[in-house]
Design a protein around this ligand. Structure first.
Ligand code: RIB
Ligand code: CA
Length: 314
């Protein structure tokens, strides 16, 4: 089977951690590297968290630290959701997995230029690394097969009424990426807020009984508590893994091509993804926007992904 080559750019982050779990052992995907960016927490925390997760799941995937802050705006951190470490909850053993010496932006440029143009770039944090790479080396643009991002919203945000965190944290970077001309799949809050990790889902995954499902449970114990405290939901929305799940199962999401423009100008709506759902502007689409998700199918993908860690890796 031809495996789809992907690079995951993330800011672990509890839901980013689950995205790593799904990607690392999925037979239809080849995870070439994990890039890390500041977002949910500082870069120092997010890069350590990525290494801890990959070490825990036993995945031999290189980790590259990227940008420690946005391109233009002041840094913003989502410590309220993910805690002071960015991955509060689980207790990890001593960390031995090294960070790669190469900067994530250089890794991305080098890997894309050397490729056959068959790499999908998945971002589940602020899009700073990808935007910086596009600006530093425009020749990579045509080499990106597709950008799949968790971010944005057709309707309202989750940090301000207008903006979702990953876009708000670096709207200029998102704007650079959305104007790159490359195929984009936007997985926004419209669908990820339907992937609520209720207690019965946590119990279902806990019954798998391997070390990775145990990590899933420990992560969700913290993540769901803070999501309930802030948003009052009985289950935390598992945003980031929806990107990976949509690559594993192309039937998971219902997509609608739309012209999407990022607001980088206004004070109140900075970071809003203005999605022209009805085509008012008569402008060409810039993204395939997820408008619905088959939620039971998603949890089946998550369970199947966690069960893969019960099997001896070939
Ligand atoms: O708005 C949700 C996004 O912000 C997710 O990627 C979460 O990890 C945080 O980065
Ligand atoms: Ca994230």
């Amino acid at each position: 089977m031809d495996r789809r080559k992907i690079i995951l750019d993330c800011d672990p982050g509890h839901d980013d951690a689950v995205a790593i779990m799904l990607a690392a052992r999925e037979p239809s995907l080849e995870l070439l590297g994990v890039m890390v960016v500041a977002g949910n927490q500082t870069l120092e925390n997010t890069q350590r968290n990525a290494r801890n997760v990959l070490q825990w799941i036993g995945a031999d995937v290189p980790v590259y630290a990227g940008c420690s802050g946005p391109m233009v705006r002041d840094k913003v951190i989502a410590g309220d959701i993910h805690g002071s470490t960015g991955l509060d909850g689980p207790v990890f053993p001593p960390l031995h997995k090294e960070l790669e010496p190469e900067h994530a932006v250089q890794f991305l440029i080098r890997t894309l230029l050397d490729s056959q143009g068959d790499i999908t770039v998945v971002t589940t944090g602020p899009m700073t690394n990808l935007a910086m790479a596009l600006r530093l080396e425009p020749r990579i643009t045509e080499k990106i097969a597709r950008i799949v991002l968790m971010g944005g919203s057709i309707t309202n945000g989750n940090v301000t009424p207008a903006a979702e965190f990953n876009i708000l944290a670096d709207a200029e970077a998102a704007s650079v990426c959305f104007r790159s001309g490359r195929p984009i799949t936007m997985v926004g809050l419209d669908v990820t807020r339907k992937a609520l990790c209720y207690p019965e889902i946590v119990e279902r995954m806990g019954r798998i009984g391997n070390p990775v499902s145990e990590l899933f449970v420990a992560l969700m114990d913290h993540f769901c508590k803070t999501q309930k405290a802030i948003f009052g939901w009985e289950g935390g929305p598992l945003h980031d893994p929806v990107t990976i799940a949509s690559l594993i199962d192309p039937q998971l999401l219902t997509l609608k091509p739309m012209n999407v423009q990022i607001d980088i100008r206004s004070a109140q709506s900075y970071g809003r993804t203005n999605c022209d759902f009805y085509g008012y502007l008569r402008l060409p689409p810039t993204a395939d926007v997820a408008v619905d998700i088959d939620v039971p199918r998603f949890w089946d993908i998550v369970e199947r992904g966690l069960r893969r860690y019960s099997e001896e890796q070939a």
